[in-house]
Design a binder for this molecule. Structure first.
Ligand code: FES
Length: 115
């Protein structure tokens, strides 16, 4: 379904994992499954500790970007995204620079996750 590459100063090298078809796990649960040290506390979109940068790899334009209400609120409060970036994501499918790993549902696209 999707290759997810994790990159971080906490890792000796980048690690790519494969998310299987039909998998609707959050990015955080995939990171935990592979023992990747993405920060987290609440796992419920409230604390902001799991903020990560996500970029889509390849030429495919991502479609239907969905930020949860909690994600919008927490990322905005933490200064990670602006109101304009939320609007651009929702109206024009322009990926916002930051997401919450506990809210981000992995889809059928290859991504680079930086944390
Ligand atoms: S773990 Fe708290 S917002 Fe994701």
């Amino acid at each position: 379904m999707a290759n997810i590459t994790f990159s971080s100063p906490k890792l000796k090298k980048d690690i790519t994992v494969y998310a299987t078809a039909g998998d609707t796990s959050t990015l955080l649960s995939i990171a935990k499954e592979h023992k990747l040290p993405v920060n987290f506390e609440c796992e419920n979109g409230e604390c902001g500790s799991c903020a990560i940068q996500v970029s889509v790899l390849g030429n495919k334009q991502p479609l239907g970007i969905h930020l949860t209400e909690k994600e919008k609120t927490v990322l905005k409060l933490n200064g990670k995204i602006t109101h304009a970036q939320i609007e651009a994501a929702e109206n024009s499918d322009i990926p916002p620079p930051w997401r919450l790993a506990c809210q981000f549902i992995v889809r059928n696209e290859d991504i680079l996750v930086t944390f």
